[in-house]
Design a protein around this ligand. Structure first.
Ligand SMILES: [Zn+2]
Length: 393
């Protein structure tokens, strides 16, 4: 959903908020700065995970997560949600821009930087943008004004996305009576009756129903559904913590989940090494909630992951070939493919370029200018065709 969605939020009459009992939205993905991540029991027995007979050979570098080269690039799409990520310095630019304006200029600034907000933050950013437009206030005043009826406003925002999903489903199935309609109607009923929405459960059901539509339509539906807030309680928790904070602190919170972090493919707490072959760049918003969850569990709540991981690695390879990452990372794509495949029990096998193909393309690119993601895809197809040819001859 784009920020046009703010038009769907019209808090004209600040009605007295219905006294609703806060429903128990049990969620696996609620770990954020507001709910510290659970530490798994130390599993020393798993420390040799990568050293068994099917060992992943770490050709990468042993380095601290802070030195992971992908973290140093701006606007890399997150490996999990696919949204562009921020470096600390760029986050400060977004933060300052939001904290220093008010009224319609604030609304525009929030819209401009909304691509750097993850689902919950985008919901809040949209609500704050509408309030700033309506009353001319700054971000901290907007939060105070809307804190009394945040559940209702979250409901309006979520309903806008559910309507969008309904239209997509009707078009895709060419009928209003389709397997997705009932699931969406139930979600709307839950919102109307004050129970809120648990995105994980909803997405899992919806994705099953959308599976019959084919990959492309299913992907669009996944992307739209992932814009829903994780849970209403989660949005509420951010409000509880930030409603009396300064414009600076609130603005920082809106973008902090877009920060680039190094995700340990095999969780660090389960013995996963500090090695580039065990790192993948993920935004803080995706990295924190995963904790020690296995990919089998994680893929249920993030069905878009394999698709986004492929897009992510294509992007990284293009920037690697273009020289934005040193050539000591040429083997990074094959290493990370091995780690992801092993960790996901073969569910995720990335299509990547071999180190020699990367090096060759890096040397040739002077003639053709910058290498794009499309070039990477074409090179991959060529590499696979040559492999088949070799094995046939
Ligand atoms: Zn992400």
């Amino acid at each position: 959903m784009n920020l046009n969605g703010i038009n769907q939020i019209q808090p004209k009459v600040m009605q007295t908020v219905k006294e609703v009992n806060k429903p128990s939205e049990s969620s696996n993905v609620g770990n954020t700065p507001e709910s510290p991540k659970k530490k798994a029991a130390d599993s020393g027995c798993l420390k040799n995970y990568f050293l068994g007979s099917e060992a992943v050979n770490f050709g990468g570098h042993h380095c601290k997560t802070g030195n992971f080269a992908v973290k140093k690039l701006q606007d890399v799409p997150c490996c999990c949600c696919g949204k562009p990520m921020l470096r600390e310095s760029d986050m400060n630019i977004c933060k300052k821009a939001v904290a220093s304006t008010s009224g319609e200029r604030l609304t525009k600034t929030l819209q401009e930087y909304s691509k750097y907000m993850r689902a919950d933050e985008k919901c809040i950013g949209t609500i704050l943008a509408e309030e700033a437009k309506r009353t001319g206030c700054d971000v901290s005043q907007a939060m105070k004004h809307t804190s009394g009826n945040i559940r209702e406003l979250t409901g309006q925002y979520a309903n806008g996305i559910l309507d969008e999903l309904n239209t997509m489903a009707t078009n895709a199935f060419k009928s209003e009576n389709n397997p997705m309609t009932g699931i969406i109607a139930n979600a709307k009923k839950d919102i109307e009756e004050g129970r809120g929405l648990d995105r994980s459960t909803f997405v899992e059901k919806l994705d099953k129903a959308a599976g019959r539509l084919g990959e492309e339509a299913q992907g669009l539906i996944q992307d739209t559904a992932m814009n829903l807030p994780q849970t209403f309680n989660h949005v509420q928790r951010i409000y509880d913590k930030y409603q009396n904070k300064s414009a600076d602190e609130i603005s920082r919170r809106l973008f902090s989940t877009a920060l680039t972090t190094a995700e340990h493919i095999h969780p660090h707490s389960l013995g996963g090494p500090d090695n580039t072959a065990n790192y993948i760049a993920e935004c803080a918003g995706c990295n924190n909630p995963r904790g020690n969850m296995s990919y089998a569990e994680w893929l249920k709540v993030h069905p878009e992951y394999p698709r986004k991981a492929q897009e992510h690695i294509e992007h990284v390879q293009a920037r690697l070939i273009n020289g934005e990452i040193g050539k000591d990372y040429n083997d990074y794509p094959v290493d990370v493919r091995a780690s992801l495949s092993k960790e996901s029990g073969g569910r995720m096998v990335l299509k990547v370029l071999n180190p020699d193909t990367i090096e060759k393309m890096r040397q040739q690119k002077g003639l053709s200018g910058k290498v794009t993601v499309e070039d990477v895809k074409a090179a991959y197809e060529k590499q696979e065709a040559e492999k088949t040819q070799k094995s046939n001859s």
